[in-house]
Write a protein that binds this ligand. Structure first.
Ligand SMILES: Nc1ncnc2c1ncn2[C@@H]1O[C@H](COP(=O)(O)OP(=O)(O)OP(=O)(O)O)[C@@H](O)[C@H]1O
Length: 493
Protein backbone atom coordinates (compact mmCIF):
# COMPACT_ATOMS: atom_id res chain seq x y z
CA UNK A 1 0.00 0.00 0.00
CA UNK A 2 1.39 3.40 -0.96
CA UNK A 3 2.14 5.94 1.73
CA UNK A 4 -0.64 8.47 2.13
CA UNK A 5 1.58 11.54 1.98
CA UNK A 6 4.89 11.99 0.26
CA UNK A 7 6.69 15.01 -1.04
CA UNK A 8 9.40 15.51 -3.62
CA UNK A 9 11.25 18.79 -3.96
CA UNK A 10 13.43 19.16 -7.04
CA UNK A 11 15.91 21.98 -7.21
CA UNK A 12 16.31 22.80 -10.89
CA UNK A 13 18.69 25.77 -11.44
CA UNK A 14 17.94 27.19 -8.03
CA UNK A 15 14.19 27.23 -8.59
CA UNK A 16 12.42 24.42 -6.83
CA UNK A 17 9.44 22.37 -8.01
CA UNK A 18 7.39 20.57 -5.40
CA UNK A 19 5.38 17.40 -6.05
CA UNK A 20 3.08 16.33 -3.26
CA UNK A 21 1.32 13.02 -3.15
CA UNK A 22 -1.69 13.10 -0.85
CA UNK A 23 -4.04 10.16 -0.34
CA UNK A 24 -6.06 11.06 -3.40
CA UNK A 25 -4.30 13.75 -5.43
CA UNK A 26 -1.01 14.82 -6.94
CA UNK A 27 -0.20 18.46 -6.30
CA UNK A 28 2.47 20.17 -8.34
CA UNK A 29 3.98 23.56 -7.74
CA UNK A 30 6.61 24.76 -10.15
CA UNK A 31 7.98 27.95 -11.57
CA UNK A 32 7.01 29.10 -15.05
CA UNK A 33 10.23 30.09 -16.85
CA UNK A 34 13.36 31.07 -14.96
CA UNK A 35 11.90 33.81 -12.86
CA UNK A 36 8.22 33.46 -13.55
CA UNK A 37 5.42 32.91 -11.06
CA UNK A 38 4.57 29.52 -9.63
CA UNK A 39 2.06 27.37 -11.45
CA UNK A 40 -0.04 24.96 -9.49
CA UNK A 41 -1.84 21.77 -10.40
CA UNK A 42 -3.94 19.53 -8.26
CA UNK A 43 -5.10 16.42 -10.05
CA UNK A 44 -6.86 13.28 -8.79
CA UNK A 45 -4.51 10.27 -8.81
CA UNK A 46 -6.85 8.57 -11.26
CA UNK A 47 -5.76 11.18 -13.80
CA UNK A 48 -2.06 10.45 -13.39
CA UNK A 49 -1.01 8.46 -16.44
CA UNK A 50 2.64 7.83 -15.80
CA UNK A 51 5.69 8.78 -13.75
CA UNK A 52 9.24 7.60 -14.25
CA UNK A 53 12.85 8.28 -13.54
CA UNK A 54 14.97 7.71 -16.63
CA UNK A 55 18.56 6.50 -16.84
CA UNK A 56 19.78 9.99 -17.77
CA UNK A 57 18.47 11.42 -14.48
CA UNK A 58 15.27 12.93 -15.81
CA UNK A 59 12.07 12.86 -13.82
CA UNK A 60 8.89 12.68 -15.96
CA UNK A 61 5.30 12.80 -14.96
CA UNK A 62 2.22 12.88 -17.24
CA UNK A 63 -1.30 13.56 -16.06
CA UNK A 64 -4.63 14.87 -17.20
CA UNK A 65 -5.70 18.20 -15.86
CA UNK A 66 -9.14 19.73 -15.92
CA UNK A 67 -9.12 23.00 -17.83
CA UNK A 68 -11.23 25.51 -16.01
CA UNK A 69 -12.11 27.56 -19.05
CA UNK A 70 -12.77 24.96 -21.76
CA UNK A 71 -15.97 23.55 -20.27
CA UNK A 72 -13.91 21.51 -17.85
CA UNK A 73 -12.47 19.10 -20.45
CA UNK A 74 -9.27 17.21 -19.62
CA UNK A 75 -5.94 18.13 -21.16
CA UNK A 76 -2.65 16.29 -21.08
CA UNK A 77 0.25 17.79 -19.10
CA UNK A 78 3.83 16.50 -19.21
CA UNK A 79 6.34 17.72 -16.64
CA UNK A 80 9.97 16.88 -17.12
CA UNK A 81 13.00 17.98 -15.17
CA UNK A 82 16.61 17.02 -14.51
CA UNK A 83 17.57 15.64 -11.13
CA UNK A 84 20.95 15.33 -9.44
CA UNK A 85 22.73 12.04 -8.85
CA UNK A 86 22.26 12.25 -5.12
CA UNK A 87 18.48 12.65 -5.56
CA UNK A 88 18.03 9.35 -7.44
CA UNK A 89 16.97 7.20 -4.51
CA UNK A 90 14.54 9.78 -3.24
CA UNK A 91 12.98 10.32 -6.66
CA UNK A 92 12.75 6.57 -7.36
CA UNK A 93 10.83 6.12 -4.09
CA UNK A 94 8.46 8.92 -5.04
CA UNK A 95 7.89 7.53 -8.55
CA UNK A 96 7.07 4.11 -7.15
CA UNK A 97 4.64 5.52 -4.58
CA UNK A 98 2.99 7.70 -7.24
CA UNK A 99 2.62 4.87 -9.77
CA UNK A 100 1.36 2.40 -7.13
CA UNK A 101 -1.28 4.76 -5.87
CA UNK A 102 -2.29 6.01 -9.33
CA UNK A 103 -2.82 2.49 -10.64
CA UNK A 104 -4.16 0.94 -7.46
CA UNK A 105 -6.25 -2.07 -8.47
CA UNK A 106 -5.74 -1.36 -12.18
CA UNK A 107 -3.26 -2.98 -14.54
CA UNK A 108 -0.61 -0.73 -16.09
CA UNK A 109 0.22 -0.70 -19.81
CA UNK A 110 -3.20 -1.92 -20.95
CA UNK A 111 -3.44 -3.79 -24.21
CA UNK A 112 -6.16 -2.19 -26.26
CA UNK A 113 -7.81 -3.14 -29.51
CA UNK A 114 -8.78 0.23 -30.95
CA UNK A 115 -11.32 0.60 -33.75
CA UNK A 116 -11.56 4.07 -35.26
CA UNK A 117 -14.42 4.79 -37.66
CA UNK A 118 -13.21 7.73 -39.78
CA UNK A 119 -16.75 8.22 -41.14
CA UNK A 120 -18.49 8.48 -37.79
CA UNK A 121 -20.39 11.62 -36.80
CA UNK A 122 -18.92 14.73 -38.41
CA UNK A 123 -15.97 12.65 -39.75
CA UNK A 124 -13.33 13.84 -37.30
CA UNK A 125 -12.46 10.58 -35.55
CA UNK A 126 -9.10 10.17 -37.32
CA UNK A 127 -7.84 13.64 -36.45
CA UNK A 128 -9.19 13.40 -32.89
CA UNK A 129 -7.26 10.16 -32.53
CA UNK A 130 -4.02 11.69 -33.81
CA UNK A 131 -4.28 14.92 -31.83
CA UNK A 132 -5.88 13.91 -28.57
CA UNK A 133 -6.04 10.19 -28.00
CA UNK A 134 -2.77 8.79 -29.35
CA UNK A 135 -0.66 11.07 -27.08
CA UNK A 136 -2.71 9.98 -24.12
CA UNK A 137 -2.38 6.24 -24.77
CA UNK A 138 1.32 6.77 -25.45
CA UNK A 139 1.76 8.63 -22.16
CA UNK A 140 0.08 5.74 -20.32
CA UNK A 141 2.33 3.23 -22.16
CA UNK A 142 -0.69 1.36 -23.55
CA UNK A 143 -0.14 -1.23 -26.23
CA UNK A 144 -2.55 -0.18 -28.96
CA UNK A 145 -3.64 -2.35 -31.86
CA UNK A 146 -5.26 0.21 -34.17
CA UNK A 147 -7.62 -0.37 -37.09
CA UNK A 148 -9.41 2.30 -39.08
CA UNK A 149 -12.66 0.68 -40.11
CA UNK A 150 -13.14 0.78 -43.86
CA UNK A 151 -16.69 -0.49 -44.30
CA UNK A 152 -19.92 -1.39 -42.60
CA UNK A 153 -19.58 -4.59 -40.48
CA UNK A 154 -15.77 -4.32 -40.49
CA UNK A 155 -15.89 -4.16 -36.67
CA UNK A 156 -18.08 -7.28 -36.63
CA UNK A 157 -15.54 -9.19 -38.73
CA UNK A 158 -12.68 -8.20 -36.41
CA UNK A 159 -14.60 -9.03 -33.24
CA UNK A 160 -15.64 -12.40 -34.64
CA UNK A 161 -12.00 -13.49 -34.78
CA UNK A 162 -10.81 -11.74 -31.60
CA UNK A 163 -7.81 -13.33 -29.89
CA UNK A 164 -9.54 -13.93 -26.57
CA UNK A 165 -7.42 -12.90 -23.57
CA UNK A 166 -5.09 -10.85 -25.76
CA UNK A 167 -6.68 -7.47 -25.03
CA UNK A 168 -7.71 -5.81 -21.79
CA UNK A 169 -10.40 -3.90 -23.68
CA UNK A 170 -11.89 -3.13 -27.08
CA UNK A 171 -12.07 0.62 -27.58
CA UNK A 172 -14.28 2.16 -30.25
CA UNK A 173 -14.01 5.66 -31.68
CA UNK A 174 -17.41 6.08 -33.30
CA UNK A 175 -21.00 6.22 -32.05
CA UNK A 176 -23.21 3.56 -30.49
CA UNK A 177 -23.51 1.75 -33.83
CA UNK A 178 -19.94 0.45 -33.77
CA UNK A 179 -20.45 -1.01 -30.27
CA UNK A 180 -23.45 -2.88 -31.64
CA UNK A 181 -21.29 -4.25 -34.46
CA UNK A 182 -18.54 -5.33 -32.05
CA UNK A 183 -20.99 -7.10 -29.73
CA UNK A 184 -22.58 -8.97 -32.59
CA UNK A 185 -19.15 -9.98 -33.85
CA UNK A 186 -18.22 -11.29 -30.39
CA UNK A 187 -21.53 -13.19 -30.34
CA UNK A 188 -20.43 -15.00 -33.54
CA UNK A 189 -17.02 -15.86 -32.06
CA UNK A 190 -16.07 -19.52 -31.66
CA UNK A 191 -16.09 -18.96 -27.86
CA UNK A 192 -18.78 -16.31 -27.56
CA UNK A 193 -19.16 -16.32 -23.78
CA UNK A 194 -15.43 -15.73 -23.24
CA UNK A 195 -15.20 -13.26 -26.09
CA UNK A 196 -18.12 -11.23 -24.74
CA UNK A 197 -16.32 -10.87 -21.41
CA UNK A 198 -13.74 -8.63 -23.06
CA UNK A 199 -14.73 -5.18 -21.83
CA UNK A 200 -15.78 -2.66 -24.46
CA UNK A 201 -15.50 1.08 -24.02
CA UNK A 202 -16.45 3.96 -26.32
CA UNK A 203 -14.64 7.18 -27.18
CA UNK A 204 -17.49 9.33 -28.46
CA UNK A 205 -17.00 10.58 -32.02
CA UNK A 206 -20.34 9.52 -33.51
CA UNK A 207 -23.63 11.32 -33.83
CA UNK A 208 -25.32 9.16 -31.17
CA UNK A 209 -23.07 8.56 -28.17
CA UNK A 210 -25.57 7.47 -25.53
CA UNK A 211 -23.30 4.81 -24.04
CA UNK A 212 -20.49 7.30 -23.35
CA UNK A 213 -22.94 9.54 -21.49
CA UNK A 214 -24.26 6.61 -19.50
CA UNK A 215 -20.77 5.54 -18.47
CA UNK A 216 -19.27 8.95 -17.73
CA UNK A 217 -22.24 11.22 -17.07
CA UNK A 218 -23.40 14.43 -18.69
CA UNK A 219 -20.29 16.46 -17.85
CA UNK A 220 -17.65 14.03 -19.10
CA UNK A 221 -19.66 11.87 -21.51
CA UNK A 222 -18.73 14.03 -24.49
CA UNK A 223 -15.09 14.50 -23.51
CA UNK A 224 -12.92 12.20 -25.63
CA UNK A 225 -9.99 12.49 -23.17
CA UNK A 226 -12.18 11.40 -20.25
CA UNK A 227 -13.32 8.44 -22.36
CA UNK A 228 -9.70 7.53 -23.18
CA UNK A 229 -8.89 7.74 -19.47
CA UNK A 230 -11.70 5.24 -18.88
CA UNK A 231 -10.03 2.92 -21.41
CA UNK A 232 -6.78 3.24 -19.43
CA UNK A 233 -8.16 3.03 -15.91
CA UNK A 234 -11.81 1.92 -15.98
CA UNK A 235 -12.79 -1.28 -14.23
CA UNK A 236 -14.68 -4.11 -15.93
CA UNK A 237 -18.40 -3.79 -15.25
CA UNK A 238 -20.68 -6.68 -16.23
CA UNK A 239 -23.73 -5.68 -18.24
CA UNK A 240 -26.84 -7.52 -19.24
CA UNK A 241 -27.31 -8.08 -22.95
CA UNK A 242 -30.45 -8.95 -24.88
CA UNK A 243 -31.20 -11.54 -27.54
CA UNK A 244 -33.67 -10.32 -30.10
CA UNK A 245 -35.18 -12.90 -32.43
CA UNK A 246 -37.04 -12.00 -35.57
CA UNK A 247 -37.89 -14.31 -38.47
CA UNK A 248 -35.65 -16.99 -36.95
CA UNK A 249 -32.65 -14.64 -36.84
CA UNK A 250 -30.99 -13.89 -33.50
CA UNK A 251 -29.07 -10.69 -32.81
CA UNK A 252 -27.65 -9.15 -29.66
CA UNK A 253 -28.80 -5.75 -28.49
CA UNK A 254 -27.13 -3.74 -25.74
CA UNK A 255 -28.97 -0.47 -25.71
CA UNK A 256 -32.53 -0.10 -26.94
CA UNK A 257 -35.40 -1.25 -29.08
CA UNK A 258 -38.11 1.11 -30.13
CA UNK A 259 -41.36 1.06 -32.11
CA UNK A 260 -44.12 3.59 -32.76
CA UNK A 261 -43.78 7.34 -32.41
CA UNK A 262 -40.24 7.39 -30.98
CA UNK A 263 -38.89 5.09 -33.72
CA UNK A 264 -40.67 7.02 -36.45
CA UNK A 265 -39.23 10.33 -35.29
CA UNK A 266 -35.75 8.90 -35.91
CA UNK A 267 -35.99 6.34 -38.72
CA UNK A 268 -38.92 8.13 -40.34
CA UNK A 269 -36.97 11.38 -40.69
CA UNK A 270 -33.69 10.04 -42.11
CA UNK A 271 -34.39 11.91 -45.36
CA UNK A 272 -34.17 15.11 -43.26
CA UNK A 273 -30.63 14.54 -41.99
CA UNK A 274 -29.66 17.96 -43.34
CA UNK A 275 -31.68 19.41 -40.44
CA UNK A 276 -29.20 17.99 -37.89
CA UNK A 277 -30.78 17.26 -34.51
CA UNK A 278 -33.78 19.46 -35.35
CA UNK A 279 -35.16 16.55 -37.33
CA UNK A 280 -35.92 14.71 -34.06
CA UNK A 281 -37.92 17.66 -32.74
CA UNK A 282 -39.72 17.90 -36.08
CA UNK A 283 -40.42 14.14 -35.98
CA UNK A 284 -41.71 14.34 -32.41
CA UNK A 285 -44.06 17.24 -33.12
CA UNK A 286 -45.27 15.56 -36.33
CA UNK A 287 -45.93 12.35 -34.36
CA UNK A 288 -47.91 14.23 -31.73
CA UNK A 289 -49.91 16.09 -34.36
CA UNK A 290 -50.89 12.72 -35.86
CA UNK A 291 -51.33 11.23 -32.38
CA UNK A 292 -52.05 7.79 -33.75
CA UNK A 293 -51.86 4.41 -32.11
CA UNK A 294 -49.29 1.83 -33.13
CA UNK A 295 -51.45 -1.31 -33.07
CA UNK A 296 -49.44 -4.19 -31.61
CA UNK A 297 -49.83 -7.14 -29.30
CA UNK A 298 -47.38 -6.62 -26.45
CA UNK A 299 -46.59 -9.32 -23.91
CA UNK A 300 -44.14 -8.73 -21.08
CA UNK A 301 -42.58 -11.06 -18.52
CA UNK A 302 -42.68 -8.56 -15.69
CA UNK A 303 -40.22 -8.53 -12.78
CA UNK A 304 -41.49 -5.22 -11.27
CA UNK A 305 -43.96 -2.55 -12.26
CA UNK A 306 -44.26 -0.34 -9.20
CA UNK A 307 -42.40 2.92 -9.89
CA UNK A 308 -41.65 3.63 -6.23
CA UNK A 309 -40.30 0.11 -5.64
CA UNK A 310 -38.10 0.34 -8.78
CA UNK A 311 -36.81 3.73 -7.68
CA UNK A 312 -35.97 2.43 -4.19
CA UNK A 313 -34.14 -0.58 -5.57
CA UNK A 314 -32.29 1.67 -8.06
CA UNK A 315 -31.07 3.96 -5.26
CA UNK A 316 -29.90 1.08 -3.06
CA UNK A 317 -28.16 -0.87 -5.83
CA UNK A 318 -26.48 2.27 -7.16
CA UNK A 319 -25.19 3.31 -3.74
CA UNK A 320 -23.85 -0.21 -3.13
CA UNK A 321 -22.07 -0.31 -6.50
CA UNK A 322 -20.44 3.07 -5.93
CA UNK A 323 -19.20 2.24 -2.45
CA UNK A 324 -17.80 -1.10 -3.67
CA UNK A 325 -16.07 0.50 -6.60
CA UNK A 326 -14.76 3.91 -5.63
CA UNK A 327 -11.99 4.78 -8.06
CA UNK A 328 -8.58 3.29 -7.27
CA UNK A 329 -9.95 0.91 -4.66
CA UNK A 330 -11.25 -2.10 -6.52
CA UNK A 331 -9.37 -5.22 -7.46
CA UNK A 332 -8.93 -5.29 -11.21
CA UNK A 333 -9.15 -8.81 -12.48
CA UNK A 334 -7.64 -7.77 -15.79
CA UNK A 335 -4.39 -7.13 -13.92
CA UNK A 336 -3.27 -10.68 -14.61
CA UNK A 337 -4.55 -10.56 -18.17
CA UNK A 338 -7.79 -12.40 -17.45
CA UNK A 339 -10.91 -10.40 -17.92
CA UNK A 340 -13.45 -10.44 -15.15
CA UNK A 341 -15.89 -13.28 -15.22
CA UNK A 342 -19.49 -12.25 -15.08
CA UNK A 343 -22.96 -13.55 -14.45
CA UNK A 344 -22.41 -16.31 -16.99
CA UNK A 345 -19.26 -17.57 -15.31
CA UNK A 346 -20.51 -21.14 -15.20
CA UNK A 347 -20.93 -21.03 -18.97
CA UNK A 348 -17.44 -19.58 -19.46
CA UNK A 349 -16.16 -22.29 -21.76
CA UNK A 350 -19.35 -22.64 -23.69
CA UNK A 351 -19.09 -22.56 -27.46
CA UNK A 352 -22.55 -21.12 -27.87
CA UNK A 353 -24.64 -18.26 -26.60
CA UNK A 354 -27.06 -18.93 -23.71
CA UNK A 355 -30.07 -20.85 -24.94
CA UNK A 356 -33.32 -18.97 -25.39
CA UNK A 357 -35.92 -19.56 -22.70
CA UNK A 358 -38.75 -17.20 -23.47
CA UNK A 359 -39.11 -17.17 -27.23
CA UNK A 360 -41.88 -19.73 -27.55
CA UNK A 361 -44.91 -18.94 -29.66
CA UNK A 362 -47.37 -17.74 -27.05
CA UNK A 363 -46.07 -17.47 -23.51
CA UNK A 364 -49.15 -15.95 -21.85
CA UNK A 365 -49.83 -18.99 -19.73
CA UNK A 366 -46.34 -18.85 -18.24
CA UNK A 367 -45.85 -17.26 -14.86
CA UNK A 368 -45.26 -13.52 -14.80
CA UNK A 369 -46.38 -12.69 -18.35
CA UNK A 370 -48.89 -9.92 -18.87
CA UNK A 371 -50.54 -8.63 -22.02
CA UNK A 372 -50.66 -4.86 -22.32
CA UNK A 373 -54.11 -4.10 -23.65
CA UNK A 374 -54.35 -0.31 -24.06
CA UNK A 375 -53.66 1.56 -27.33
CA UNK A 376 -49.91 2.21 -27.57
CA UNK A 377 -48.23 5.33 -28.92
CA UNK A 378 -44.74 3.91 -28.58
CA UNK A 379 -42.70 1.23 -26.85
CA UNK A 380 -39.13 2.02 -25.86
CA UNK A 381 -37.15 -0.71 -24.10
CA UNK A 382 -33.50 -0.76 -23.16
CA UNK A 383 -30.61 -0.42 -20.77
CA UNK A 384 -28.70 2.67 -19.69
CA UNK A 385 -30.51 5.83 -18.54
CA UNK A 386 -29.75 8.02 -21.56
CA UNK A 387 -30.75 7.03 -25.06
CA UNK A 388 -29.20 10.30 -26.18
CA UNK A 389 -27.59 13.23 -24.40
CA UNK A 390 -30.87 15.01 -23.83
CA UNK A 391 -33.25 12.13 -23.31
CA UNK A 392 -33.19 10.04 -20.14
CA UNK A 393 -35.73 7.41 -21.13
CA UNK A 394 -34.75 4.80 -18.52
CA UNK A 395 -33.93 6.72 -15.34
CA UNK A 396 -33.88 3.67 -13.03
CA UNK A 397 -31.85 1.47 -15.37
CA UNK A 398 -29.02 -0.52 -13.81
CA UNK A 399 -26.19 -2.18 -15.74
CA UNK A 400 -26.69 -5.68 -14.39
CA UNK A 401 -29.98 -6.15 -12.59
CA UNK A 402 -30.94 -8.94 -14.99
CA UNK A 403 -33.78 -6.86 -16.41
CA UNK A 404 -34.64 -4.70 -19.38
CA UNK A 405 -36.57 -1.49 -18.67
CA UNK A 406 -39.68 -1.36 -20.83
CA UNK A 407 -41.49 1.96 -21.25
CA UNK A 408 -44.95 1.80 -22.79
CA UNK A 409 -46.56 5.10 -23.68
CA UNK A 410 -50.32 4.92 -24.02
CA UNK A 411 -52.00 7.10 -26.60
CA UNK A 412 -52.74 10.24 -24.58
CA UNK A 413 -54.09 13.74 -25.28
CA UNK A 414 -51.69 15.87 -27.32
CA UNK A 415 -51.14 18.34 -24.49
CA UNK A 416 -50.02 15.49 -22.22
CA UNK A 417 -47.70 14.09 -24.88
CA UNK A 418 -46.12 17.50 -25.41
CA UNK A 419 -45.53 17.87 -21.68
CA UNK A 420 -43.43 14.67 -21.94
CA UNK A 421 -40.69 16.85 -23.43
CA UNK A 422 -40.49 18.80 -20.17
CA UNK A 423 -37.56 17.52 -18.16
CA UNK A 424 -37.02 14.55 -20.52
CA UNK A 425 -33.27 15.04 -20.04
CA UNK A 426 -33.75 14.40 -16.31
CA UNK A 427 -36.24 11.55 -16.56
CA UNK A 428 -39.06 13.67 -15.11
CA UNK A 429 -41.82 11.97 -17.20
CA UNK A 430 -41.13 8.81 -15.11
CA UNK A 431 -42.92 10.49 -12.21
CA UNK A 432 -45.19 12.93 -13.99
CA UNK A 433 -46.70 11.06 -16.88
CA UNK A 434 -49.35 8.65 -15.67
CA UNK A 435 -49.97 7.40 -19.18
CA UNK A 436 -46.35 6.25 -19.36
CA UNK A 437 -46.00 2.72 -17.97
CA UNK A 438 -42.64 1.44 -16.80
CA UNK A 439 -41.70 -2.20 -16.30
CA UNK A 440 -38.62 -4.10 -15.27
CA UNK A 441 -38.84 -7.19 -17.46
CA UNK A 442 -37.05 -10.46 -18.14
CA UNK A 443 -38.46 -10.74 -21.65
CA UNK A 444 -41.09 -9.29 -23.95
CA UNK A 445 -42.71 -9.96 -27.30
CA UNK A 446 -44.23 -7.65 -29.87
CA UNK A 447 -46.56 -8.66 -32.72
CA UNK A 448 -47.46 -5.67 -34.94
CA UNK A 449 -50.97 -5.45 -36.36
CA UNK A 450 -49.92 -2.89 -38.97
CA UNK A 451 -47.00 -2.34 -41.30
CA UNK A 452 -47.05 1.44 -40.92
CA UNK A 453 -44.34 1.98 -38.35
CA UNK A 454 -40.67 1.30 -37.71
CA UNK A 455 -38.56 -0.90 -35.45
CA UNK A 456 -35.19 0.36 -34.34
CA UNK A 457 -32.75 -1.91 -32.51
CA UNK A 458 -29.75 -0.06 -31.06
CA UNK A 459 -30.40 2.64 -33.67
CA UNK A 460 -30.43 0.18 -36.60
CA UNK A 461 -33.51 -0.20 -38.77
CA UNK A 462 -35.23 -3.61 -38.64
CA UNK A 463 -38.36 -4.90 -40.41
CA UNK A 464 -41.50 -3.88 -38.55
CA UNK A 465 -42.44 -7.50 -37.93
CA UNK A 466 -42.92 -9.71 -34.86
CA UNK A 467 -39.93 -9.98 -32.57
CA UNK A 468 -39.13 -11.38 -29.14
CA UNK A 469 -36.49 -10.35 -26.65
CA UNK A 470 -34.95 -11.84 -23.55
CA UNK A 471 -32.32 -10.72 -21.10
CA UNK A 472 -28.98 -12.46 -20.52
CA UNK A 473 -27.69 -11.33 -17.11
CA UNK A 474 -24.09 -10.15 -17.14
CA UNK A 475 -23.30 -11.56 -20.58
CA UNK A 476 -21.22 -8.54 -21.64
CA UNK A 477 -18.75 -6.15 -20.01
CA UNK A 478 -17.95 -2.46 -20.26
CA UNK A 479 -15.32 -0.33 -18.52
CA UNK A 480 -16.46 2.08 -15.85
CA UNK A 481 -14.80 4.32 -13.28
CA UNK A 482 -17.82 4.01 -10.97
CA UNK A 483 -19.12 0.43 -11.09
CA UNK A 484 -22.47 1.69 -12.37
CA UNK A 485 -23.91 4.27 -14.76
CA UNK A 486 -22.75 7.77 -13.88
CA UNK A 487 -26.12 9.40 -13.91
CA UNK A 488 -28.42 10.15 -11.05
CA UNK A 489 -32.14 10.39 -10.75
CA UNK A 490 -34.16 11.75 -7.88
CA UNK A 491 -37.56 11.50 -6.38
CA UNK A 492 -39.82 14.43 -7.23
CA UNK A 493 -39.43 17.06 -4.55
N1 LIG B 1 -15.10 3.43 -43.18
C1 LIG B 1 -16.44 3.38 -43.09
N2 LIG B 1 -17.22 3.91 -44.06
C2 LIG B 1 -18.55 3.88 -43.97
N3 LIG B 1 -19.23 3.34 -42.93
C3 LIG B 1 -18.51 2.81 -41.94
C4 LIG B 1 -17.09 2.80 -41.96
N4 LIG B 1 -16.65 2.21 -40.82
C5 LIG B 1 -17.76 1.87 -40.13
N5 LIG B 1 -18.88 2.22 -40.80
C6 LIG B 1 -20.28 2.11 -40.39
O1 LIG B 1 -20.64 3.35 -39.81
C7 LIG B 1 -21.67 3.16 -38.85
C8 LIG B 1 -21.36 4.13 -37.74
O2 LIG B 1 -22.28 4.03 -36.74
P1 LIG B 1 -22.05 4.78 -35.37
O3 LIG B 1 -23.38 4.80 -34.70
O4 LIG B 1 -20.94 4.17 -34.63
O5 LIG B 1 -21.59 6.23 -35.77
P2 LIG B 1 -22.50 7.47 -36.08
O6 LIG B 1 -21.65 8.46 -36.73
O7 LIG B 1 -23.19 7.91 -34.82
O8 LIG B 1 -23.54 6.89 -37.07
P3 LIG B 1 -24.95 7.42 -37.52
O9 LIG B 1 -24.85 8.90 -37.70
O10 LIG B 1 -25.19 6.66 -38.80
O11 LIG B 1 -25.92 7.03 -36.42
C9 LIG B 1 -21.61 1.71 -38.45
O12 LIG B 1 -22.86 1.13 -38.71
C10 LIG B 1 -20.54 1.08 -39.35
O13 LIG B 1 -21.03 -0.05 -40.00
Amino acid sequence: MAEAFQQLVLDGDGQSSTFTLTGSTLQVQRPVGRKGPQIQFETPLRQVLWAELSEDNTFNVSFLNKKKKKKGSLSLIHITGPIKDNERENVADFVKALMDSSYQGVSQRRRLMLLVNPRSGPGKARSIYMKKIEPLFRAARCEVDLTYTTHSKHATELARSLAVGHYDAIVTMSGDGLIYEVLNGLAEHASPIQALQTPITPIPTGSGNGLAYNLLGLHEGGDVSAAALNAIKGKPMPIDLFSVTQNGQRTLSFMSQCIGLMAELDLGTEHLRFMGNHRFVYGFVRGIARNRACPVKLQIKVAESDKKAMFQSFKETRARAISNSSPQLVEDSTADGNSETNGNANAKDSTSLPSLRFHEEDPVNDEGWITFDKPVSYIYAGKGPFVSRDFMQFPVSLPNDGCIDVVVQEVAPRSQMLSAMDGAEKGIPYWKLESQHYFKAKAYRVVPHTSASCLSIDGEKYPFEPYALEVHPGLGALLSPYGTYHTDFDALS
